[in-house]
Design a protein around this ligand. Structure first.
Ligand code: B12
Ligand code: SF4
Length: 501
């Protein structure tokens, strides 16, 4: 994780642990540090916060520390999505984590073998430590991000929308204390000359007026720069005007699909070409007020058929030259979303190692309406179009400010543009030539192609030797198996029909 994108929760856990009287050290691992030397040796308990793409890395780290007698605890997106697998490699695995859960774990932490204990609160915590309390952990983390420092904050948890693929589709929306937000912003101004705050809210601005009023009341408009993820439906022109006044510099709305999830794009009743035109006009309006806009799409949704969805996205790129399109390959992250149960029930989820599950390096859901080759051909074609010199130049000229202009160029010529074109092309090449690939992708074989083993080995470097045996593989149907028996034994069509009863 880049240090300027570091998560809030490890900082919150660190604060809570200190409040309970423990000595704490927090390290944000960005992929470059020598973990064996930076991590302290004389500890009793090691907490690891990890996304699924860092699962194998976290398993190796846990093994390294367990061998020294340290008790290990996993939390974060991977623990929420794949608790069963994580329990094989950690003593404790935590889902929703509040101070009470933490107190329980730390009351008597003991090694738990062969399976760790899974604990979760029944909802998100009502409050989290603010910036003032987290500052001693934020500061050293940001020292690792010399040019572009972003302080993580949260104004809310959960989301009122129900995008079927998303981890928050079933988590109730919960605003956090406005007073605390105000105090945090005022405090930041005493620490940084022109702070930059990244709102980690799954969907910023659901209670727009309250939140922006609170910001305006707390700090002089424009004294802090803000970045946020928000759905287009919340970005009306009056809202945009206020965001501009208050220093919002970047916004990442999710469009996801031209045929599905119209609610969050503010295009409930339109689909296809009409949606492209409507959304494009809306994003161009957003760009009048907010200098940097990234529009997010999910590729491979069941609602997509043939070349049309990809062609529509190209059209969007033409009609909205300033926006940076972010493409994600549809991924079923374990038990994150109810949709995944249905995908597992119908045998469409395959067991790609966690290391590749970052929405780009693998798609673990077999597409409904495409062969793998067709799908990759479309993805490559779209990515090439989006990051062609012509599109890069148009994006450059359509943006007015220096940072957005150059950031888009850098992103296009690095991992997100050219890097992905090269990677997807490599995968397509293997799909065309290599039987082991075809069989693995189609789910006819469980034998992981050597290509993937080699990449994990390369990426883990010296930590590879700690990776426990079997940790490259996981049960991709663990979520389904954890459900009551009735649901597992139903046929796909009956399960769907009986879901409501
Ligand atoms: C903000 C956000 C980001 C931000 C900040 C990331 C960050 N450092 O946290 C940015 C934009 C950088 C980002 C990037 C990515 N993200 Co993101 N992101 C989110 C988002 C919207 C909110 C996460 C959040 O902070 N919530 C608030 C916290 C308080 O709640 P929580 O995460 O549920 O945490 C609770 C527990 O899990 C636990 N907990 C959390 N961490 C820890 C740590 C410890 C030690 C412990 C004990 C407990 C614990 O306590 C919390 C309170 O109950 C979620 C979606 C969502 N709606 O949740 C996706 C999400 C986390 N992202 C996701 C993905 C895939 C990505 C990317 C790979 C996308 C991409 N292709 O670029 C990258 C990965 C970046 C990287 N280098 O690894 C997936 C993760 C799935 C998974 N299993 O890995 C999610 C779930 C979205 C989804 N697809 O459903 N993301
Ligand atoms: S709007 Fe965003 S956070 Fe909310 S359910 Fe949809 S994808 Fe998830």
């Amino acid at each position: 994780m880049h240090a300027n994108l570091a998560s809030i929760m490890p900082q919150a856990i660190a604060v809570w642990c200190e409040e309970m009287g423990h000595d704490v050290r927090l390290e944000c691992y960005t992929g470059f540090e020598d973990l064996e030397s930076i991590l302290p040796r004389d500890i009793d308990v090691l907490f690891v916060g990890a996304f699924t793409q860092a699962a194998q890395l976290s398993y190796a780290i846990s093994a390294m520390f367990r061998a020294r007698g340290v008790v290990t605890v996993l939390g974060g997106p991977h623990a929420r999505c794949y608790p069963q697998d994580s329990q094989k490699y950690f003593d404790y695995v935590l889902g929703f984590t509040d101070k009470e859960i933490l107190t329980e774990v730390l009351a008597d932490p003991a090694p738990q073998r062969p399976f760790g204990i899974y604990r979760t609160a029944n909802k998100q915590p009502p409050t989290l430590p603010g910036v003032r309390e987290r500052w001693k952990f934020i500061e050293p983390t940001l020292r690792k991000a010399p040019t572009f420092k972003i302080v993580p904050m949260l104004g809310s948890l959960g989301c009122p929308y129900t995008c079927s693929f998303c981890i928050d589709s079933t988590v109730a929306y919960q605003p956090l204390e406005l007073q605390q937000i105000q105090e945090d912003l005022r405090f930041l101004l005493t620490k940084m000359r022109r702070p930059r705050v990244g709102w980690h809210d799954p969907n910023f601005g659901v209670r727009f007026t309250e939140q922006v009023n609170a910001i305006e009341e707390a700090v002089r408009p424009g004294s802090i720069d803000f970045l946020a993820e928000s759905s287009l439906s919340l970005l009306s022109e009056p809202h945009l005007k206020r965001m501009k006044q208050n220093g919002f510099k970047a916004i990442l709305p999710g469009i996801e699909s031209w045929y599905d999830m119209g609610n969050k794009a503010g295009a409930r009743s339109v689909r296809g070409l009409d949606k492209v035109k409507q959304v494009s006009a809306h994003v161009n309006l957003v760009m009048k007020y907010i200098p940097y806009v990234q529009t997010n799409f999910v590729l491979g949704l069941d609602s997509d058929v043939g070349e049309e969805p990809f062609e529509l996205t190209k059209m969007f790129v033409d009609l909205t030259p300033g926006a940076f399109p972010g493409y994600s390959l549809l991924t079923a992250f374990g038990q994150a979303a109810p949709l995944n149960l249905e995908l597992q029930r119908t045998g469409r989820v395959n067991g790609f190692p966690f290391h590749f599950l970052n929405n780009n390096h693998a798609m673990n859901v077999r597409p409904k309406n495409y062969s793998w080759r067709e799908f990759y051909e479309h993805v490559i074609d779209l990515t090439k179009y989006t990051f062609s010199w012509k599109a890069v130049a148009r994006r450059f000229h359509a943006n007015r400010e220096m940072i957005p202009r150059w950031m888009n160029v850098v992103r296009a010529i690095s991992t997100e543009g050219s890097g992905r074109i090269q990677y997807h092309t490599k995968i397509l090449g293997h799909l065309e030539r290599d039987r082991s690939f075809q069989e693995y992708f189609e789910g006819r074989s469980d034998a992981l192609p050597q290509f993937y083993v080699d990449r994990i080995k390369r990426d883990l470097g010296p930590l590879w030797r700690y990776l426990p045996e079997g940790a490259l593989y996981h049960d991709s149907h663990a979520y389904l198996r954890s459900q009551p028996r009735l649901a597992v034994s139903l046929s796909p069509s009956r399960a769907a029909a009986g879901a409501d009863s």
